[in-house]
Design a protein around this ligand. Structure first.
Ligand code: ZN
Length: 257
């Protein structure tokens, strides 16, 4: 789960979203706003140019070019409302509330599970309408890497040890409770990716030392077109870690890739 590459959405599509949202916001009652938001959302499909543009733009923001913005390995299936429209109808047609997610993350895991911090600072299920600050980390508004790091021993995403207790609650809730990003298959995949990246770096160093001509673009493309881009991002971020330092020795230029 990375902070987003943001690609601007075409103005015409934004206008269409704004028009839809205006109608929803005009309803006086919360329940009616939710109902209209859901009805309009259901009705958006088909040959709708604006939504095709929204989907196409979101497609260009996916990690590795194809994968789910949450788990980074599932194939994307749907436009995900980061803030659920059943609780925040005022965000149903807001561009900044969208990303592409896979079925597992969007439907099976996240659903409408949503917690907010109550007055005493505890995380509780949201009421309708919700009050209080959301617990889930919104990857379009915040950088998840400010909250979490990859542990290169057990391949889990964990809260930074020195963050504020509330930030720790947010990290654990988002990564473990909601999205379950530390299941065995995902940790194994991250480990495999690491081995693969380490292999690339080894080959690159060997080629560089022998003075052979290196196809740099090919190396870069290979590094960037994979599932779990967080692994590569974290390898660079934690390059002074004892396990990682030898991989980058003498080829520090790759830290910019
Ligand atoms: Zn996913």
């Amino acid at each position: 789960m990375l902070g987003h590459i943001v690609v601007p959405c075409p103005a015409e599509a934004i206008q269409k979203l704004t028009d839809e949202q205006r109608d929803i916001d005009a309803e006086a009652d919360f329940g009616d706003r939710v109902k209209l938001a859901e009805k309009r959302w259901e009705g958006r499909t088909g040959e709708n140019k604006a939504f095709n543009a929204v989907r196409e733009t979101l497609g260009r923001m996916r990690p590795g070019g194809y994968f789910c913005c949450y788990c980074e390995q599932g194939i994307t299936s749907a436009i995900e409302h980061i803030w659920p429209k059943s609780l925040y109808p005022e965000k149903a047609f807001v561009w900044e509330n969208y990303l592409l997610a896979c079925f597992r993350c969007n439907t099976e895991r996240k659903g409408s599970k949503w917690r907010v911090f109550d007055a005493a600072g505890g995380a509780t299920d949201a009421t309708k309408p919700p009050t209080g600050i959301a617990v889930f980390i919104d990857p379009r508004q915040e950088n998840p890497a400010d909250y979490i790091y990859l542990d290169f021993v057990d391949w889990k995403l964990k809260p930074h040890p020195d963050i504020h207790p509330r930030a720790k609650v947010r990290a654990e809730y988002t990564v473990d409770t909601v999205l379950d990003l530390n299941d065995r298959a995902m940790c194994t995949a991250r480990n495999n990716l690491f081995q693969s990246y380490a292999g690339f770096l080894y080959e690159y160093r060997k080629a560089k030392q022998s003075g052979r001509t290196i196809n740099l673009n090919l190396f870069r493309e290979n590094l960037q077109a994979k599932i779990h881009p967080t692994v590569w991002h974290e390898m660079k971020r934690q390059h002074t870690h004892r396990k990682l330092m030898p991989l980058f020795a003498g080829i520090e230029e790759v830290l910019d890739w």
